[in-house]
Design a protein around this ligand. Structure first.
Ligand code: BGC
Length: 441
């Protein structure tokens, strides 16, 4: 496990950041802080007021941001080399987040344990070359873990890589068991996004911009398919505050044609530290009474199934490992947890933040709380990590080295009219927020 004393993190040198370019309120969710009933680690009920407004905490200390060159790579849209930067966001409680403008990637999140010792709690790579060649490499070596990536245009699977919209049939790269996964051959995760440092209101962060052309992930990536329709202008903004909240804010518009959009962040958490081994002893609560079971190729059947009485019931905290090896057919399909939970959002408006999930590591005392405006979350227990990847600190990642909370609309929504819509039309503004909040118990 990589641990660093708190004092080392606090010594991080801050360079004055560029002027805040976009702190005007663009979110529909900012004012929508709701008191929500949650179940605590011990299983007791408690009122949990969250997430915390950034400006309400931090005292006289302010978070800082530094920018470091991280190498160059070929940008697939232009075929030309582009500079990649690493943004280091540090707050006053010893939390430090590293973001790359390559792939909109969260490279590391260091947070203190109950004794103040920081460890990196997400899986990642050390170098740009490893992200380019292993995270989600395009053909001829497709696949990969998607560590920390901003996923798009479509998070998770679209059945047989096809959907119809406004009477037109669109086709996408097939890259996963006959289906299209996480955007296709290139997706959002292999592009160099245009960065702008943002700060103010007790937060620091970076806004990343990508313009995805009409037909993206089609002919332009060597696919004999149509790709995604419409020219999409996408922003993802990461901000860190003094309440140890990493906020991810997505906005987008599309021009020319309607499209489908379902971005998410693909960080794998291990609250004991990214090199600590499997996560089976960590506890998870998911605020969902139902989930979307899949067929054998991991496409939702369309059924919204209750979790009660199944290994998918995380309405009260359960260790990840306690039921993962049961012979439930859905667990066999996913080789563990790899499903979309339908979040309980009764009483919440569209665009309002609601509690999605919580996780606890009993050994370190680290706790993660996930809030989102999205209707679903993909809880994936790292089942397909096979020991072929060496991570950021030199440790080999094996099955269940980490788990994701991919806040999202449901997989394959374009082919399921009964699922909440993922269609974005010209003139509409896409707006989605997810917060990862770290604390100790
Ligand atoms: C998918 C998994 C996949 C993983 C990494 C998850 O979102 O549901 O099936 O293996 O991403 O690609």
């Amino acid at each position: 496990m990589r641990t660093r004393p708190l004092s080392a993190l606090r010594k991080a040198i801050a360079r004055p950041a560029a002027p805040a370019a976009s702190l005007k309120p663009r979110t529909r969710t900012g004012a929508a802080l709701a008191g929500v009933l949650v179940i605590g680690m011990a299983g007791s009920l408690a009122m949990h007021q969250a997430p915390l407004p950034a400006a309400a905490s931090g005292g006289t200390c302010s978070p800082t941001i530094t920018t470091t060159p991280f190498g160059t790579t070929i940008e697939p849209y232009t075929g030309k080399p582009a500079q990649v930067f690493q943004y280091t966001l540090t707050n006053c409680t010893g939390m430090q987040v590293k973001i790359l403008n390559y792939g909109g990637i969260v490279q590391s999140i260091a947070v203190p344990d109950r004794h103040g010792h920081a460890a990196d709690v997400v899986l990642g790579f050390q170098t740009l070359n490893e992200y380019v060649s292993q995270d989600s490499p395009p053909p001829p070596a497709p696949g990969g873990p998607y560590f920390g990536e901003t996923i798009g245009r479509y998070g998770n699977r679209i059945a047989k890589g096809t959907f119809t919209l406004d009477g037109n049939t669109y086709t996408l790269p097939i890259n996963n068991n006959g289906n299209s996964l996480h955007g296709g051959f290139v997706g959002f995760g292999n592009h160099v996004w245009a960065p702008t440092v943002v700060q103010g209101n007790g937060t620091v962060g970076v806004q990343l911009k990508l313009v995805s052309p009409d037909g993206d992930d089609g002919a332009n990536v060597g696919c004999s398919c149509t790709g995604y329709p419409g020219t999409l202008t996408m922003f993802v903004t990461y901000t860190l505050d003094s309440s140890s909240q990493l906020r991810i804010h997505y906005t987008a518009t599309v021009a020319g044609k309607a499209t489908v959009l379902n971005p998410t962040n693909h960080s794998y958490f291990n609250l004991a530290g990214e090199s600590s081994g499997d996560v089976y002893a960590q506890k998870v609560m998911i605020n969902a009474d139902s989930y979307t079971p899949t067929d054998k190729t991991q496409i939702p059947t369309g059924v919204i199934a209750p979790v009660k009485g199944t290994p998918f019931d995380f309405t009260t905290p359960q260790t990840i490992g306690s039921r993962i090896n049961e012979s439930d057919p859905q667990l066999l399909i996913g080789q563990g947890y790899d499903h979309n939970w339908v979040l309980n959002r009764a009483g919440l408006q569209t665009g309002q933040l609601g509690l999605a999930a919580r996780a606890w590591d009993p050994a370190s005392g680290r706790e993660l709380t996930v809030w989102t405006t999205e209707p679903g979350v993909q809880f994936y227990s790292g089942n397909f990590l096979t020991g072929s990847i060496v991570g950021i600190s030199g440790h080999t990642y094996r099955q269940s080295a980490g788990y994701t909370f991919e806040t999202q609309h449901y997989p394959d929504s374009p082919n399921h009219p009964n699922f909440p819509s993922t269609v974005l039309r010209p003139g509409q503004q896409f707006d989605s927020t997810t917060i990862f909040r770290f604390s100790t118990f």
